[in-house]
Design a protein around this ligand. Structure first.
Ligand SMILES: [Zn+2]
Ligand SMILES: [Zn+2]
Length: 321
């Protein structure tokens, strides 16, 4: 898959991370603050994962709703305890007496400590609650087979969820091996990947140009495993010493860690009071989790000079943007 993450509010605007799954005509959002995403981008959104419902993380939900109302689609909204009340509160802020042409369904997944409450709301019924069901609790909120999303609870004086997106492992055909075997690329390569990954049936056979080959043997010679892209999003939390190990575990080997850095160490007290992170702490987490790239955001507007936060994080971890 081709995956492109981008922030919708820049470094000091409201948090929203758009993960575009380019070749699947699908996108997911981590948080939904005021953002600069185009309507076409918001049309692609199928799943929204909300960290917490402070206004700067949730106000953009209205634009998402507005743009998708007449689309025949489902938008799933996931979030911490209270998310269902928050979504319904937004919907009840509008009048829905003429709604017969609306098509959107919103399904809210409220993650409680021991269960997940799933509530369906249909636009053409004025978003009256259609049904509510309880599912067993899991930290794996979404698994499409091609990618998955997990959450981790953080402390922001209210439960605040961090999220991680993980593309499933896939495989590529090694060109050199293809030449060594004297094979020409063709549709059979797709068939090989589909049938032989992650494991091949020992007795299965694949036909190429009229010749039979052992699927398992060909897979072992030709295919190379490609790890999936991992993107972790952590925002709005106090870093308790006791939580560091579990946050690092959750974030480990991310290709991108999008992490808030509201304050600099010099103003650590302000960070403590508002349950936010400092840039140095973001750097420590990135270093501990051995991520490839740390992307800082949610800078307090008090800092005109973004280099303050970027340089501070770089003292702990080199690859910061
Ligand atoms: Zn907040
Ligand atoms: Zn915030």
């Amino acid at each position: 898959m081709k995956i492109k993450p981008r922030l919708g509010g820049g470094k000091s605007g409201d948090p929203s991370l758009y993960i575009d799954i380019v070749d699947r005509k699908r996108a997911i959002l981590f948080d939904c603050g005021l953002n600069n995403f185009r309507p076409a981008a918001l049309h692609k959104v199928t799943d929204v994962f909300i960290s917490h419902t402070h206004i700067d993380h949730f106000i953009g939900f209205d634009a998402l709703l507005r743009l998708n109302l007449t689309e025949e689609k489902i938008i799933h909204v996931y979030g911490p305890p209270g998310i269902c009340r928050n979504v319904i509160g937004k919907l009840q802020g509008y009048t829905w007496n003429i709604c017969q042409n609306l098509r959107l369904i919103i399904v809210v997944h409220e993650i409680l400590p021991e269960t997940i409450v799933v509530t369906s709301l249909e636009s053409w019924r004025g978003f009256e609650i259609k049904q509510t069901e309880e599912q067993p609790h899991t930290d794996l909120l979404l698994d499409t087979g091609e990618f998955s999303v997990k959450y981790l609870e953080l402390d922001h004086k209210t439960p605040c969820f961090g999220y991680t997106f993980l593309e499933a492992e896939s495989c590529n055909v090694r060109k050199e091996a293809l030449e060594e075997l004297g094979l020409q690329p063709g549709p059979w390569a797709g068939q090989l990947k589909a049938q032989a990954f992650p494991t091949a049936d020992q007795d299965a056979v694949i036909q190429i140009d009229g010749m039979n080959y052992s699927l398992d043997e060909l897979a072992r010679k030709l295919l190379v495993r490609k790890p999936g892209v991992k993107i972790t999003y952590l925002t709005d939390f106090l870093l308790h010493e006791a939580d560091i190990a579990r946050i690092i575990e959750f974030t480990r080997y991310s290709d991108f860690l999008f992490c808030e850095a509201a304050f600099i160490e010099h103003e650590r007290e302000k960070a403590r009071l508002t349950h936010h992170l400092t840039a140095r702490e973001a750097g420590i987490l990135a270093h501990g989790a051995q991520v490839k790239q740390l992307v800082l955001f949610h800078f307090s507007r008090r800092y005109q000079d973004h280099a303050l936060m970027l340089d501070e994080a770089r003292q702990e971890f080199p690859w910061v943007e």
